[in-house]
Design a protein around this ligand. Structure first.
Ligand SMILES: [Zn+2]
Ligand SMILES: [Zn+2]
Length: 155
């Protein structure tokens, strides 16, 4: 008799700590999960790529799959699933409190410090340090002027 009941079902085990991280990213990146009314499908917006949405397979209150890069790699703790669990009241997270001095989150990376480069089919081909904030996630407190001051406009 050979005992071979041990089944390596998944290599990435969801842990409370990982869900907290995913949930905080979902909040800071403004992830929204919505159900398409006609089909019952669930979709989530990408926090890093504008105009991109991912599809989630949800039955009951369980997220089975997500088509985002993390979910495609078999990670159940993606921020889109976390957002769904947050909305469903299953997952709770302490929202990161902003400091007394309102710091400016980097507009390029949403304060994460890294950006994802997407190739064809929205696969992540590279994750690198954000070039705008050099990886700090914060912008120096320099006021940005989109337009020159109209001081020279003749009346
Ligand atoms: Zn996802
Ligand atoms: Zn940045």
């Amino acid at each position: 008799m050979v005992q071979s009941h041990a089944q390596a079902r998944t290599t990435r085990t969801p842990s409370p700590e990982r869900w907290q991280k995913a949930a905080q990213r979902a909040i800071t990146e403004g992830i929204e999960v919505r159900q398409v009314n006609a089909s019952g499908m669930w979709v989530a917006n990408s926090g890093t790529a504008a105009g991109v949405a991912y599809m989630l397979e949800i039955t009951g209150e369980i997220v089975h799959t997500c088509t985002c890069p993390a979910g495609t790699f078999g990670d159940p703790c993606c921020k889109h699933a976390a957002r769904f669990y947050l909305d469903a009241g299953i997952l709770e997270v302490d929202e990161p409190k902003p400091g007394p001095a309102s710091r400016t989150s980097c507009f390029r990376c949403n304060g994460i410090g890294t950006i994802e480069e997407f190739g064809r089919g929205w696969n992540v081909i590279d994750v690198r340090s954000c070039p705008v904030c050099t990886g700090t996630g914060e912008l120096p407190a320099i006021p940005l002027h989109d337009h020159p001051t109209p001081a020279t406009v003749a009346a």
